[in-house]
Structures are given as C-alpha cells and as structure tokens.
Design a binder for this molecule. Structure first.
Ligand code: ADP
Ligand code: MG
Length: 349
C-alpha cells in the first residue's frame, strides 16, 4: 500500500513541530558516511575536511512576503542583505568566506532594471567582504521573488568554533548591539500602514537612520573575527544572532550541554533604539532578547580572557555559562531570576 491508497493519512500541522523540530525530525535518520564530512546539520555551517583546513558551507533563502516586503525594501539593499546573512554564518564558525552562489526565482513583473538593482547589492557585498560570485541558478516564479544564497569559506582546523564548545564558567559575550533591526522593521511596517491609509502622507522616519539601516542593510561581523584574531582569542563556542539572543543562546546551551545566566542590565542596546522602543511602548530588553536579524556574534570565552574583552567598545559581557542543571536564566533589572524562553523570530510557522 502506498500513501496514495491511504484514505485516512495522518496530517500533522507543521506548526506543531516548529522550525527546529521539523529540521531535527527530517534529518535524524541521515548519518554521515564520508570521512570528509566533519559536521552535518546542526551548526551555523556544515564543515568539510579539506586536508590542511576545513571548508565551511551554509545556505539561506529569502522569500518575498515572508522575509522581505518590496514596498519598502530597495532591491539593492535586498541583494546586499541576502549575501550578508550567509557570510554571518561563516564568521560564526570563526571562518573567512570566499565564494558565493546565487539562485533566484523571478516573476515576470520584474523588469531587467530591477534585477540589475538586486545584483548591484550583491556586487557591493562581494566587494566589501572580498568574496567571489562563482555560480548560481535562475528560474521563474509564479508568486514572489525568492533568493537563495550559498556561501563557502575556510577556517584553520584549530580555530573552528562550534555551538557545542561552551564550558561552565565561560564568559558570554555579544558583539555590537541588539534589537535595532527588529525596531527598524516595526517602523517600516508602521509607515507602510500609514501610507496605505493615506498615500499623501510623508513617512516619519527622521532620526531613525540607525535602526532602519540595521534592518535594511545589515553587516556581518568580519571585524569582530579579526578583532578576536588580533587578541589571540579563539572562542570556546560561537553562533550568530539571526533569530534573537534568547533563541540563539538556548541553541548554544543545548548543543554544549550547559546552562547560562545573563543579566538584563548588561544587554547592549543602542540609545536611539531605546527611544524608538518607548515610542512603540515595548521594552527594549524584549527587542534585544527576541527581535531578529541583528547578525551580531554571540560567543563564549574562558575567564582568562576577561581583561581582553571587558573594555572593548564592540563587545559586551552579558553573563556566564553554568552547569546544565541550572538551566538558562535571565536576571532582570529588579533582580528576578527568570527562565530564558525562545520567543524567537519565527518566519515560517
Ligand atoms: P542558521 O539560523 O544559522 O542559518 P538554521 O536555523 O537555518 O541555521 O539551520 C540550523 C541547521 O539546520 C543548520 O545546520 C542547517 O544547515 C540545517 N538545516 C536547515 N534546514 C535544513 C533542511 N531542510 N535540510 C537539512 N538541513 C537543514
Ligand atoms: Mg547562524
């Protein structure tokens, strides 16, 4: 009997398993059979043995209407961002990206000039991050625009950082600041609604440049990887923050079999983001914990590196790694200890 004959097939909604549950469910039967496959599903990149070094590979797909809205996303920015989000995953392994391939599905409402704009952004990202466009695929779409990019990079074997390497007592460090990209998105959505209600209204986006740029034209933290290298620091574990700090920290703890304690008053938030969060009547800490798309790096280092990281303006120590039995905890400003939960950035379900 095939599933086609089954009159009462089981139908489990995808929302029941969630994005990460789904990936785990679909891939758990696949074991790695080639000795060159060092790391398969479950980290920021796949890791392949290339003799003297490791090769890193990662893919991310952006879909119109799910990940971006073309009413306020310039195509050049979109091309740039589509590259950057992939490079961020290479840096999250402590690697250096070298090549990308780009697959696009286009609907016939796109003129040549629009696709050219998209590729201007891809070109700029390739220049800024010194990566080569080496291939891809082009096809048509009956619905929206789809861009899938694969990035390839390398890392010295002894410098690779997995999600799974965090050790008890490690310092938890985050680069840059958090929550701004989410607030940028809230602003753009608000102004879109205002515009749809009254097309003569001019958008109110004054003094909002920083959060808008964080949403529309993010950068990957190549500079942070170079900074760590210059300080002689190899993190014990690392992940990039695409889905929100809580979600990524929980991944890191789960893969490392550890717990963590972080402090709300240590979360780095830009001052303009704080005032915009106030405007929206949401807590900037919630944006920092659960807002997505910041593309900062979250890593853990042994306490020996305390002096080297504590005064760096690009790095914030937000807490420390604990025993697994203690769970993942956030200490609020009024000294309450709360379990960290991943509200995350669920694009799909
Ligand atoms: P990131 O947020 O770093 O891009 P994801 O959460 O997208 O990572 O993916 C987590 C892991 O699952 C990665 O190792 C990724 O390669 C893998 N993965 C995601 N989707 C699939 C899929 N459909 N089939 C196989 N592996 C997948
Ligand atoms: Mg990642």
């Amino acid at each position: 009997m095939t599933i086609l004959d089954d009159k009462t097939p089981k139908r489990t909604p995808l929302s029941e398993v969630g994005e990460f549950g789904l990936i785990e469910h679909l891939t758990k039967e696949f074991s790695l059979v080639n000795t060159s496959s060092i790391k398969g599903v479950g980290d920021d990149c796949a890791v392949i043995d290339s003799g003297d070094y490791y090769q890193l590979i990662t893919t991310d797909m952006l879909i119109e209407g799910v990940h971006f809205d073309l009413t306020y996303t310039p195509l050049k920015h979109l091309g740039y961002k589509a590259v950057v989000v992939n490079l961020s995953d290479i840096y999250a392994m402590n690697g250096q990206p070298q090549q990308i391939t780009v697959a696009i599905a286009l609907s016939n409402r796109f003129p040549l000039e629009a696709v050219e704009e998209l590729y201007k952004g891809i070109y700029l990202a390739c220049q800024n991050y010194k990566v080569d466009l080496v291939g891809g695929d082009t096809t048509s779409s009956n619905t929206g625009l789809c861009i899938s990019i694969t990035a390839i990079g390398t890392v010295e074997k002894e410098k690779i950082c997995y999600r799974s390497g965090a050790k008890e007592h490690d310092l938890i460090v985050v680069s840059g600041d958090l929550g701004s990209a989410y607030l940028g998105l809230q602003l753009l959505n608000r102004e879109k609604q205002v515009f749809e209600a009254n097309p003569n209204m001019q958008p109110d986006l004054q003094n909002k440049d920083y959060v808008l740029q964080r949403q529309l034209k993010p950068e990957a933290r190549k500079d942070v990887i170079e900074l760590l290298e210059s300080k002689g620091i190899v993190p014990n574990s690392m992940i990039d923050i695409s889905d929100g700090l809580s979600s990524e920290l929980l991944h890191l703890c789960q893969k490392s079999n550890v717990g963590c304690t972080i402090y709300q008053d240590k979360l780095p938030v830009d001052f303009t983001a704080i005032s915009i969060a106030d405007e929206f009547n949401i807590s900037s800490a919630t944006c920092a914990l659960n807002g997505g798309e910041d593309y900062e790096l979250l890593f853990t280092v042994s306490q020996d590196h305390y002096e080297a990281v504590k005064n760096d303006p690009d790095l914030s120590i937000i807490g420390h790694i604990t025993d697994e039995s203690l769970g993942a905890i956030i200490v609020t400003k009024d000294d309450h200890h709360q379990a960290l939960t991943a509200q995350g950035w669920k694009s799909f379900f």
